[in-house]
Ligand binder design. Structure first.
Ligand SMILES: Cc1cc2nc3c(=O)[nH]c(=O)nc-3n(C[C@H](O)[C@H](O)[C@H](O)COP(=O)(O)OP(=O)(O)OC[C@H]3O[C@@H](n4cnc5c(N)ncnc54)[C@H](O)[C@@H]3O)c2cc1C
Length: 501
């Protein structure tokens, strides 16, 4: 490791600590970035800054009952570390996998916990970022400097989730909880619980709580698609029965799942009605004949236009079939002392209300960015393959896939960043900044994530804060793994859109 101390504006009498690369975030993406950096660029010094006190990001933040993945761990896990459990995993299993990944690769010594990056200032005369970091445990501040900033801070605010401003909220006499801030001492035994929302979080919470509550109700404004099937993979089981080594099992299962998903996404565009029928059949299989599918489980949108929540072993539907849980499709008029008054006039009685209403996206980890003294307006930048951004030197952001597992993109971005860093060393340059070529300057502006392709509440609420994409490569952010798995590794680093200095 080539750690170099440099002098800069001291804070608390401490000079800045310099490393070649700073990774922000020790979640699944930050650990992936560190793994690739160590392997591909072993001469680079780096450290990881994370504002939590342990690794895992999302999987440490969320502690609500039943918390689990909604995509399979063969693709949500790393390309380089076999997953040996069932496809859908509990947060505790994911954390244990990530802790093993960190320790097997000696990444932990590079992680600085309780370290919130507050500001990031780029100085072109030094070719350096200066980061102003708050140690939240000690209450002190520290400066770090680096040449390259690898943003693995995720895409939503970890401190609190999104909760609508419910009318009459103050009247309700019980607790109103957002799953992102789950109180460990919440007693829901024999209580009437209403969960607002029908996304993956509601689908996880309801079966996990149903046995203990007096009754639990999922209140949804409109229905969601669920994909219900056993939590097992036939290909994995067959390979394991043949004593195939776990590395192979992992790789072959990944390829098979990716192929199946590609077919599924294609079908969601080409034959949405047929796919819808199949998804409903899956739900019916677990629900039995007595619970009506319409209106509660028949959405009006095309399947896959929002994340398709996987229901392992149909557990949500089993709880509804057994009468421990129920679904109400209606709108909220107001909260009352005793529960929720619906637009239909019905009063949904509750002791506890859980607002499973998603999260708030945040922009670059809520870090104030300055480029040569000028405040960065991220919304004005053009996304360069959705990895780097016009006008921002030496910075990459891992924004994973929304349909395919997030980590599939973290891997592609990591390989791209390492290739770029090696190329810069070969070329003998210190900085790289995406810039529009003359022929790019009249491109139409499109939102960072195309709402016709993928349309989720949290994206819609925040799209105006995000960078824009154009209509041609490399200014596209397709969210399409099958396109990017060819495009990103073969990206031309001398196509005129990357300015080196
Ligand atoms: C409950 C839940 C379940 C999910 N399940 C799946 C799934 O099954 N499959 C899938 O593909 N995706 C899933 N997702 C999406 C998920 O966010 C990503 O897949 C993935 O975990 C994100 O990893 P990450 O490392 O990029 O970011 P995160 O997990 O968000 O980690 C980022 C880390 O950076 C830290 N950080 C942020 N800002 C700063 C700052 N300024 N200074 C220092 N540290 C900072 C955060 O505290 C956090 O520790 C899920 C999301 C949620 C909320």
């Amino acid at each position: 490791m080539n750690k170099e101390q440099v002098s800069s504006q001291p804070l608390d009498g401490t000079a800045a600590e310099y490393v070649d690369v700073v990774i922000v975030g020790a979640g699944i993406s930050g650990i992936d970035a560190a793994y690739y950096l160590q392997k591909e660029c072993p001469e680079k010094s780096y450290l990881i800054l994370d504002n939590q006190e342990k690794i895992g990001g999302t999987w440490s933040t969320h502690t609500y009952p039943g918390i689990r993945s909604d995509s399979d761990l063969y693709t949500f896990g790393y390309k380089w570390k076999p997953w040996e459990g069932l496809p859908i995993a509990q947060a505790s299993e994911i954390l244990s996998y990530l802790n093993d990944a960190v320790d097997e690769n000696n990444i932990r010594p590079q992680i600085h916990f309780n370290s919130t990056v507050m500001t990031a200032d780029w100085d072109s005369s030094l070719n350096r970022w200066t980061l102003h970091v708050r140690d939240t445990a000690a209450g002190t501040e520290k400066l770090y400097q680096c040449n390259f900033l690898w943003m693995c801070q995720g895409y939503y605010r970890h401190s609190e989730g999104y909760m609508p401003d419910y009318p009459g909220r103050e009247k309700f006499r019980g607790p109103i909880i957002h799953p992102q801030n789950w109180p460990n001492d919440l007693d829901y035994k024999d209580k009437k619980v209403v969960v607002i929302g029908s996304g993956a979080t509601a689908a996880t919470l309801i079966p996990a709580m149903a046995d203990d509550t007096a009754h639990i109700t999922m209140l949804q404004r409109s229905p969601t698609y669920f994909s219900a099937a056993p939590n097992r993979n036939n290909v994995t089981e067959m390979l394991r029965s043949l004593d195939v080594p776990e590395e192979w099992v992992h790789e072959i299962t990944r390829r098979k799942i990716l192929q199946d998903q590609q077919i599924l996404v294609k079908r969601s565009f080409e034959e949405p009605e047929k796919l819808k029928e199949e998804l409903l059949k899956g739900a019916r299989h677990y629900l039995g004949e007595d619970v009506p599918l319409d209106p509660h489980f028949t959405p009006t949108y095309r399947p896959w236009r929002q994340r398709l929540a996987f229901v392992p072993d149909g557990d949500l539907f089993n709880a509804i079939r057994d009468g421990k849980a129920s679904v109400v499709t209606d709108q909220i008029e107001e909260f009352t002392e005793k529960g929720i008054l619906l637009k239909s006039g019905e009063l949904l009685e509750a002791d506890i209300i859980i607002s499973a209403t998603g999260f708030n996206m945040n922009v670059l980890g809520d870090i104030a960015f300055n480029i040569d003294g000028e405040a960065l307006n991220f919304a004005k930048c053009w996304a360069h393959r959705g990895i780097m951004f016009s006008g921002i030197p030496n910075m990459a952001w891992v924004f994973g896939y929304l349909r395919t597992s997030w980590t599939m993109r973290a891997d592609l971005v990591a390989e791209f960043v390492c290739r770029l860093l090696k190329y810069m060393d070969e070329k003998g340059v210190q900085s790289v900044t995406p810039e529009l070529r003359d022929e790019d300057k009249d491109m139409p502006e499109k939102p960072f994530v195309d709402p016709h392709n993928f349309n989720s509440g949290y994206l819609n609420r925040s799209m105006h804060l995000m960078p824009k994409q154009g209509d041609k490569n490399p200014w596209l952010f397709t969210q399409d793994y099958y396109f990017e798995k060819e495009d990103v590794p073969n990206a031309d680093l001398e196509d005129g859109t990357l300015k080196y200095a």
